[in-house]
Design a protein around this ligand. Structure first.
Ligand SMILES: Cc1cc2nc3c(=O)[nH]c(=O)nc-3n(C[C@H](O)[C@H](O)[C@H](O)COP(=O)(O)OP(=O)(O)OC[C@H]3O[C@@H](n4cnc5c(N)ncnc54)[C@H](O)[C@@H]3O)c2cc1C
Length: 412
């Protein structure tokens, strides 16, 4: 590692998923004279970004993430203009419904916060909900809220739109190039190393998704997150039950969410038994990980009784596809975003808690501001890297805390 490649890079980003691409875009947009280089060991956005169900939700239980998602909605038009390409964003709205008193309180609180953020919503009846979503039986719901502006998209294409916009502005993308180490000298990260040498930079962003923990740990930084499986299924089509223009549906009582996929239904659950992975055996390509021998069938069976009261035809509906990947969950379901207290020159963008597509805009803008030494337009105080103190991400107990956090997640 003696041949030094370049020393005047201003911003170096490890990871070309939606977080890395979004940070690169905003930083270059606002600092056109600075050099930005992104390292990706596979193809751009081929990690967990390519697998996401891609619900774009601004109304979330985690209030600090709402402005970040609002920024994602705003930037979509900007990306379309720069890339001269239309993104498939479907503004079908979302229905949140609740039966049990604690879930009613939760969704009511979410709508209160939505109003504070100027996000429109309305109460609707179960027959109105059923008209918009023929498969849905909401007759037992105490509260049904419709948020008309919510959307879903294709996560890979949104990620690639950030990449293409960043490229158009002059960001350099190094594909198929693995970062083997972060280089730390006297509590400063001064760049990275690859198999072909060292690359120094003023600031380094670690945005390598679930793999970030591995690189951080090598320089003595324990990131409070773990790879926890997210999985979803796609049903056989039905022109009567599944309408392409139906809203997405979020049912905390059943730990269930769904959105249209043409005339099929894409749906996911928060399983009772979470699957997690030891980082040391996580493959470099997520598609090489064997998530389930039964395509999550056992998890579906366990959730069956909870889902059927809301989706009466569930048992008669065929499944045609199964997708699984890892999201980086944290013990408190909050993102990890910001500078490190004891290590200068390094900024972390991770701990996506299964919402990285929705919040990508805000993460990109906020981290780009921090990297440029400007005031962050968002409040990242709840996302602090060191909020759990000294943390061992390999400790089983800590991994289980992250898995449990996923079970408790109730928004889309
Ligand atoms: C099944 C599933 C459903 C989901 N549904 C939703 C949803 O509906 N809505 C939502 O908002 N979010 C959803 N998510 C979450 C979303 O996919 C993630 O939050 C988001 O993709 C995280 O982006 P990222 O850039 O942090 O990670 P990734 O996309 O995983 O990118 C990290 C990149 O870093 C690269 N990398 C790793 N190590 C190195 C290295 N050493 N050197 C160079 N490159 C490296 C990887 O190859 C990878 O491309 C879902 C996730 C899954 C798995």
């Amino acid at each position: 590692m003696t041949n030094s490649q370049k020393k005047n890079t201003d911003l170096l980003i490890v990871g070309g998923g939606i977080f890395g691409a979004s940070i690169a875009y905003y930083f270059k947009r606002d600092n056109p004279d600075k050099e930005v280089v992104v390292y990706e060991r596979n193809e751009m956005c081929s990690g967990n970004t390519s697998l996401a169900a891609a619900l774009l939700s601004r109304v979330r239980t985690n209030q600090a993430s709402i402005p970040l998602a609002v920024e994602t909605f705003r930037v979509i038009k900007e990306l379309e203009e720069i890339t001269n390409d239309r993104l498939p964003v479907h503004y079908t709205g979302a229905i949140h419904l609740a039966v049990k008193p604690e879930k009613v309180i939760q969704v009511e609180e979410m709508m209160k916060v939505a109003s504070e953020n100027n996000i429109e919503w309305e109460s609707i009846t179960d027959s109105h909900a059923n008209k918009m979503v023929p498969w849905l039986n909401a007759s037992k719901a105490e509260k049904i809220f419709y948020v008309p502006g919510e959307a879903y998209t294709d996560a890979y294409l949104l990620g690639k739109a950030f990449v293409n916009a960043a490229k158009a502005l002059g960001v350099i993308f190094k594909r198929n190039t693995e970062v083997t180490d972060l280089i730390k000298s006297n509590q400063n990260v001064i760049g990275i190393s690859t198999k072909s040498g060292i690359h120094e930079a003023e600031k380094t962003i670690l945005a390598a998704g679930v793999w970030s923990t591995y690189l951080a740990y090598k320089i003595g930084l324990g990131l409070p997150m773990a790879p926890i499986r997210s999985q979803y299924w796609i049903t056989e089509p039905s022109e009567t039950l599944f309408l392409p223009a139906s809203p997405t549906v979020i049912i905390p009582d059943a730990s269930f969410y769904a959105r249209p996929q043409g005339n099929s239904l894409l749906f996911g659950i928060r399983e009772i038994n979470q699957m997690y992975c030891d980082l040391r055996i996580l493959p470099e390509k997520i598609t090489e990980y064997k998530f389930s021998t039964d395509n999550g069938w056992q998890d579906l069976i366990e959730s069956f009784k909870k889902i059927v009261p809301f989706f009466n035809q569930f048992g008669n509906t065929g499944i045609k596809d199964y997708i699984a990947g890892f999201s980086a969950y944290t013990p408190d379901n909050m993102l990890i975003a910001g500078e490190c207290r004891d290590i200068r020159g390094l900024i972390i963008a991770g701990g996506c808690v299964g919402s990285g597509i929705s919040v990508a805009g805000g993460i990109g803008l906020g981290i780009a501001h921090l990297a440029a030494g400007k005031a962050n337009p968002f409040d990242f105080s709840q996302f602090r890297v060191d909020r759990f103190g000294t943390y061992d991400p390999y400790k089983r107990e800590n991994i289980l805390r992250c898995a449990e956090a996923r079970s408790k997640k109730t928004c889309g």
